[in-house]
Design a protein around this ligand. Sequence first.
Ligand code: AHG
Ligand code: MN
Ligand code: MN
Ligand code: MN
Length: 322
Amino acid sequence: MRRISPVLQQDGVDSDLISLIKTILAACREISFRVSQGELAGVLGSTLGQNIQGETQKKLDIIANELLKEVILDTGVVKAISSEEEDDTVAGNPDGKYLVTFDPLDGSSNTDINSLIGTIFSILPAQADKAAEDASQFLQPGSAQLAAGYVLYGPSTMLALTTGKGTRLYTLDKTYGGFLLTEEQAAIPKYTAEFAINMSNQRYWQPAMQAYIDDLLKGKEGPRGKNYNMRWIAAMVGDVHRVLCRGGIFAYPRDTKDANKPDKLRLMYEANPMSFLVEQAGGVSSTGYERIMDIVPTDIHQRVAVILGSKHEVESCVAYHK
Ligand code: AHG
Ligand code: MN
Ligand code: MN
Ligand code: MN
């Protein structure tokens, strides 16, 4: 099995970008180790703090954030970082070539129940005309991403990574200490009969989403003509990983539950990197109205509705929004 560097070299990835990716993965290996130690490492439970998203921070949110921030800024090739757990962007080397955005710990509510969690990251090109302190340099559409990936801390620790040459899956070999290529090219089946959505929000969705899910629930007798199954892991990394492995549709649509927060998922830390991975595996990612990677962000912590996965199913869902 092949290690990461030769695969990325073969894909023609810049050597600085390869070492940046490897540095991020080194931090993820450390997070993976601490996560696997659970209560023994004293990493479970909540802190007294809240993040800018209005969420109570788990100890692991903070630990993962600090680890990633430190090693990424230490590389010297990064001009600034932006994280779900940081109010503002953090400046690095003014001459750095890259910007990194990340969700240090996705699926925080799963930490205390020993269930799936992960880290999501995205790498953008730095902009020469902007200062390292300038947050506006991050406001680039997802289509500008140079690389995106997630590390899933599951029964095995897995990495999904794209640099625009397809989406590859790697598995952490804990004896050797590195990630080995275990799936050369993830390919999301175009058709599916599996959906993932938090059904408890149904009454708050827009009519288009309500009508779409209603039709799925009608099964064989309904307009879609087949029975659907449902899954919900409550960690986007887990749900997207399943979609990459065997297809499906994952949605966190707009809702009216909280007037100040119509959309839940974060564009720069969650939606864009996942959209890049999904598209590079032959899937589709949309808000219902537009391609997610076409959105030009107006704020680093911007939220967005997400509908992604199997091409035919996402297109069917989008058709309800017309
Ligand atoms: P995070 O833990 O990084 O804040 O993200 C949680 C997100 C996402 O991973 C997941 O799909 C969704 O929140 C779950 O939301 P519900 O609790 O509403 O199901
Ligand atoms: Mn959070
Ligand atoms: Mn998240
Ligand atoms: Mn998070």
